[in-house]
Design a protein around this ligand. Structure first.
Ligand code: BG6
Ligand code: MG
Length: 223
């Protein structure tokens, strides 16, 4: 039986993953580096600097550490510019209703995200102050697939990983959850990932999965 659900942010609670793609694509185009959705999938869950390294794999130019910091700042400025368009309407009814239903079931709810923009995004979509704990890219030294961000979230909830379910759209995030001793649930881009304990086609299915876990039934297996 779960006592908490820890959510990834980008691509799980809201569609900011598309803004990440657009901002990286703009930088890649300016630098004449090929960059597509498959490259972007590998950036899910990992830190800003690690995401940049993935983009630069196809570059013929080698950049200094200072230049890399400037490129990451350039991408982030574009990303933050895109985030200004976010409003409470970008939190879907499905996500809002499911979060409220899980809370009504007595579960604690937390966020575990690699993003340093987490607090801004939560405020913009109307979830500032909603969660029982938030751990983000500002709190950690190692990003997913390292479990650090989820361990910090669980610690802030005062709960052991074994009673927390992690919901993720990144394979790196599923690996992080598993490495930390959490049950993992894949959704979106990670749906069907074999390493995930559960796999969902829609966010709303989370409610049933948690109910089934509480009643001792198996829930919905991955794949
Ligand atoms: C994660 C995204 O949530 O945050 C990654 O999935 C991103 O793609 C990472 O690189 C860091 O985000 P930010 O907002 O700190 O640049
Ligand atoms: Mg994500």
């Amino acid at each position: 039986m779960y006592e908490a659900v820890i959510f990834d942010l980008d691509g799980v609670l809201c569609s900011t993953d598309e803004f990440h793609y657009l901002a990286w694509k703009k930088l890649a185009d300016r630098l004449h580096i090929p960059f597509d959705r498959a490259d972007n999938r590998r950036q899910r869950g990992v830190s800003r600097m690690e995401s940049l390294e993935i983009l630069l794999e196809k570059s013929d130019v080698s950049y200094s550490e200072e230049q890399k910091r400037e490129l990451a700042a350039e991408k982030n400025a574009e990303y933050v510019r895109l985030l200004q368009n976010l409003t409470e309407a970008d939190l879907s009814d499905e996500v809002r209703q499911t979060l409220n239903a899980l809370r009504a079931m007595g579960l604690k709810l937390a966020v575990g995200s690699s993003s340093r923009n987490t607090r801004t995004i939560l405020e913009k979509i109307g979830l500032g102050g909603f969660f029982d704990a938030v751990a983000d890219g500002n709190d950690i030294r190692h990003s997913k697939p390292d479990p650090e961000v989820f361990l910090v979230a669980a610690q802030r909830l005062g709960l052991a990983p074994s009673v927390c379910l992690v919901v993720e759209d990144a394979q790196a995030g599923i690996d992080a959850a598993n490495a930390g001793g959490f049950d993992s649930c894949a959704i979106g881009a990670a749906a069907g990932y074999a390493a995930a304990k559960f796999s969902l086609a829609a966010f709303a299915e989370l409610r049933e999965l948690v109910e089934q876990a509480g009643s001792g039934r198996n829930g919905k297996a991955a794949g």
